[in-house]
Design a binder for this molecule. Structure first.
Ligand code: ADP
Ligand code: MG
Length: 447
């Protein structure tokens, strides 16, 4: 439970809380209306008796376990954007002069009435104050969600037990863990401006499965930022292909394609339609950090500027088509794709990859247009400036998440037991080719 206390008020006894509550201090509706008025969110209309000011009208108020939702009707002539633009004024207004303390009934019950009561209450007031958070949305009515508690702003990834192909991405506003399930949403697209947390998320997914599925995961890695993020995984036994230069990319994609062909041929022959149905444990993850580096479109632009090697464009076009092909066919045959991009524009995400990416993780982006490209709606442009804070979309649902930070030492811990000499690592491709020729059996799991 959250109690609000005007900081200047003397909160001398338990009865004091009742006084404050009865006097409406915990009710933000009136305050919101005052803030709207003071921010000029009103409309002047010519009435019969001269000019009248039309204001925002409270339609409904609903208490939830996370806080309160206020639903307002807004006067004709104002848009949702007018309100969204004042989000800082609204937030600061609601937090003005107030301390919001997380004091529970348990704390109140623990007060010993035989002892010095004011002193005990003062102790409670020393609890760390929290800031209220506000979220606006519009569906014909203006919905203002006032959250009692700020969302977590930093959480570290800790090794968790094996949980199928689910990876804990982060926590939502209520502190619940948000999972990306690669056997439900096969591909995930991670987007956002530089420094938002894309590479951290890519590492989180990769390392998590090295911890939990070391025997069942295969990795095909593409990191054209000189392998800065994915380079450390290169010599893991799970890696069937690795590229940090454009000319290495076709070989990696060819391997993924061969994998698909081998798996589909084999399973179709046995009458299965996909790996899940066949009870196959293995999954091949194609992980691409900064996929825009491969965009032929960007390349054309760059080349005009720098006069780059003309073959580079051919490679990129080849790669772009291959990724689209893999994205179209891979799902059923155990391929999972994680791609990250800092340029969420149509030209920088292969069409079929975007279309088939059911999971979207979007960190702050520059503008509403970018947010719409990734999530199909505005929102990611106004995320708070907190490292690792993003919006996660699964189907039609969008959840604000604080993603788990994975530390370098945790990544190292995930990699270390899996390291093999390079030559040996590359041999795992032969396993696939053997399987393709039908001279080797793929691992089946009992359904
Ligand atoms: N989930 C997170 N929690 C806390 N800090 C994070 C998180 N993700 C990223 N960061 C911080 O932000 C920095 C940039 O993150 P990074 O993943 O490299 O961004 P991007 O790839 O989007 O440019 C990291 O070095 C780290 O300090
Ligand atoms: Mg990055």
């Amino acid at each position: 439970m959250i109690f609000e206390i005007v900081s200047s008020a003397v909160f001398g006894s338990v009865a004091g809380y009742g006084y404050l509550k009865n006097n409406g201090i915990t009710n933000d509706a009136a305050k919101l209306q005052r803030i709207f008025r003071n921010c000029g969110l009103t409309v002047k209309e010519q009435g019969k008796e001269g000019k009248v000011t039309k204001e925002v009208h409270l339609y409904r108020k609903k208490k939830e376990d996370w806080g309160t939702e206020y639903v307002f009707r807004i006067p004709l002539g104002l848009s949702f954007n007018d309100f969204q633009n004042k989000i800082d004024n609204i937030r600061d207004g609601l937090n003005n002069k107030k301390k919001v303390l997380d004091i529970g009934l348990k704390d109140i019950k623990a007060i010993d009435f035989k002892k010095d009561i004011p002193k005990q209450i003062k102790g409670l007031l020393k609890k760390k104050p929290t800031q209220k958070e506000v979220d606006l949305s519009y569906d014909g009515m203006l919905r203002v969600k006032v959250y009692n508690k700020a969302m977590e702003s930093y959480l570290e990834y800790e090794e968790v037990k094996r949980n199928g192909w689910k990876v804990p991405i982060g926590v939502d506003r209520l502190g619940r863990i948000v999972y990306q399930d690669f056997d439900a949403e096969y591909y995930v697209l991670v987007a956002g401006s530089v420094g938002g947390g894309k590479s951290n998320a890519v590492n989180l997914i990769t390392s998590h499965f090295l911890f939990t599925q070391p025997e069942n995961i295969k990795l095909a890695l593409i990191d054209l930022k000189m392998g800065m993020e994915l380079g450390p995984y290169e010599n893991c036994k799970q890696v069937i292909g690795y590229a940090e230069h454009p000319e290495q990319v076709p070989a990696v994609l060819d391997k993924v394609e061969s994998y698909i062909m081998a798996m589909s041929k084999r399973l179709k022959a046995q009458g299965y339609r996909n790996v899940i149905e066949a009870g196959i444990k293995e999954r091949l993850f194609l992980i691409i950090d900064e996929i825009a580096e491969l965009s032929p479109d960007e390349e054309a632009e760059k080349k005009a500027k720098k006069g780059e090697d003309p073959t580079a464009k051919d490679i990129k076009e080849f790669a772009w088509n291959k990724i689209n092909h893999i994205a179209r066919l891979g799902r059923a045959w155990g391929v999972r794709i994680v791609s990250a991009t800092q340029h969420p524009i149509q030209e920088c995400i292969p069409k079929y990859l975007k279309r088939n990416s059911d999971g979207r993780l979007c960190f702050p982006v520059e503008d509403e247009v970018a947010s719409r490209v990734v999530l199909g709606t505005a929102g990611a442009e106004s995320l708070p400036d907190i490292s690792g804070r993003g919006l996660y979309k699964k189907g039609a649902n969008i959840t604000e998440v604080q993603t788990f930070r994975i530390l370098n030492e945790t990544i190292d811990r995930a990699i270390k037991p899996n390291l093999v000499r390079k030559e040996k690592a590359r041999h795992s491709v032969a396993d696939i080719q053997r399987a393709e020729r039908g001279t080797d059996t793929l691992v089946f799991e009992e359904a």
